[in-house]
Design a protein around this ligand. Structure first.
Ligand SMILES: [Zn+2]
Length: 147
């Protein structure tokens, strides 16, 4: 990694952190193509839903801004919002599990949530997504990001 000259140690540390964050974000975007996404859905179904949810297609979509994911049980198709790209893996996995569970149970009744209890990070992932939505509603504060 090339570090610009004349940086103080604190600046250097901050710069390295920023670069590592950028790399991590690129990494998650690069590694999760539609093929990997389908593979991941299959693994999650095997692990948490007894392999009963068998989606025909799983893909990213960019036209979904109010929902994180959606599915069409009659077609066996699952779509995830591109806004999830770059979020932690456990959050993407939760949304996948959620849509996989909808292939088995429509709606959000007790039976649905009982299915999702198998995925250990359901509560944490829901909290993360609620936090994202709440943060988006905050007014933009100029200067808050140091620029
Ligand atoms: Zn749902």
């Amino acid at each position: 990694m090339l570090i610009p000259a004349r940086m103080s140690e604190a600046e250097e540390q901050r710069w390295v952190t920023v670069m590592l964050d950028k790399l991590a974000a690129q990494e998650s975007r690069r590694t999760l193509g539609d093929t990997e996404l389908a593979e991941r859905a299959r693994r999650l179904s095997d692990q948490y839903l007894g392999g009963r949810a068998r989606p025909v297609s799983v893909r990213w979509v960019t036209n979904q801004n109010t929902r994180w994911g959606s599915c069409t049980p009659s077609e066996g198709s699952i779509r995830l919002s591109h806004r999830l790209q770059g979020m932690p893996e456990y959050v993407v996995d939760y949304v996948l599990c959620h849509e996989l569970a909808h292939l088995l149970v429509p709606g959000h009744g007790p039976r649905f949530w009982r299915l999702l209890e198998a995925y250990p990070r359901t509560e944490r992932a829901r909290g993360y997504l609620e936090g994202v939505v709440a943060a988006e509603r905050l007014p933009h504060v100029p200067g808050a990001h140091g620029a």
